[in-house]
Design a protein around this ligand. Structure first.
Ligand code: URA
Length: 263
């Protein structure tokens, strides 16, 4: 018989500990976990912290909700999602930061991803490249409604989800100061194909979830616009994170209130 008291390997969580939580908010950065959890429940508690995976548990609308950091990129995201799913989580919202690539998108706006360019490797271990990386429509709807309700400026569309921050996002300020030919001119190409932004986890999250019958969405706060020069500023990061967090929590509330999943 399965031992429900046993703690799952990387996240150091057990079914007992998560108190039947089925919903999870997923920032990348462990430092953001307590901030997000306390935004919806001042009595939220820390459950575990191992490597990049930190988990807090709080109550939202009478349901237990987990906040777990995924670390950066596909491989660690796949572990977080995989292990949370094994513990019974079925609904995931990634709360991230992002670099916009379309000129009209302003700093601290949020981007709700409908589908992702699979510029990652981890998702190919779950489904072949022909398989789309798409967000769940109920989660997208909840995120859109949340942004409207809160009054946060939002864009809805396609994200380029890259395994690397430097070459894959065509940044030339790396140590080599070189981007391989495959990615030279790629930023402009994505712009022309109406891709809105770069981030590093959504394609893995979407493919892992849709291929396993789970639902996922992603909202990211814009910390930089790649069509403009200039350094990323702390106050911009803080506001972008706050906007994405508020939208994600409000969306989670709708999804909990609806309670139509699994169908
Ligand atoms: N996250 C990314 O992956 N890229 C950016 O430019 C900003 C945040």
């Amino acid at each position: 018989m399965e031992d429900i008291m046993a703690s799952i390997y990387h996240l150091s969580l057990s079914r007992e500990m998560i108190k039947e939580a089925n919903y999870a908010l997923l920032p990348g950065d462990p430092e953001r976990v307590p901030k997000i959890a306390r935004t919806f429940d001042e009595n939220a508690i820390e459950l575990a912290y191992k490597r990049e995976f930190r988990t807090w548990l709080g109550n939202l609308e009478g349901k237990m909700v987990l906040v777990t950091s995924t670390g950066i990129g596909g491989p660690s995201t796949s572990i977080a999602v995989e292990e949370l799913a094994q513990l019974g989580v079925h609904t995931f919202i990634r709360v991230g930061t992002t670099g916009a690539i379309q000129r009209e998108i302003r700093l601290s706006d949020v981007i709700i991803t409908t589908g992702s360019v699979r510029l990652d490797g981890a998702s190919t271990h779950y489904a072949p490249v022909e398989y789309p990386a798409v967000a769940n429509y109920e989660v997208v709807e909840a995120l859109t409604r949340a942004a409207k309700t809160i009054g946060v400026n939002y864009y809805l569309g396609i994200t380029c989800s890259s395994d690397t921050f430097y070459p894959g996002q065509e940044r030339y300020n790396s140590s080599a100061r070189y981007v391989i030919r495959k990615f030279q001119g790629s930023l402009e190409e994505w712009q022309k194909l109406n891709v809105l932004n770069y981030e590093m986890e959504s394609s893995t999250l979407f493919v892992v979830c849709s291929s396993s019958g789970l639902r996922a969405g992603c909202v990211s706060g814009v910390v930089v616009n790649r069509t403009e020069q200039g350094k990323v500023k702390k106050d911009v990061i803080a506001l972008a994170e706050k906007n994405a967090t508020c939208v994600a929590i409000e969306a989670m509330k709708y999804l909990i209130q609806k309670q139509i999943f699994p169908h």
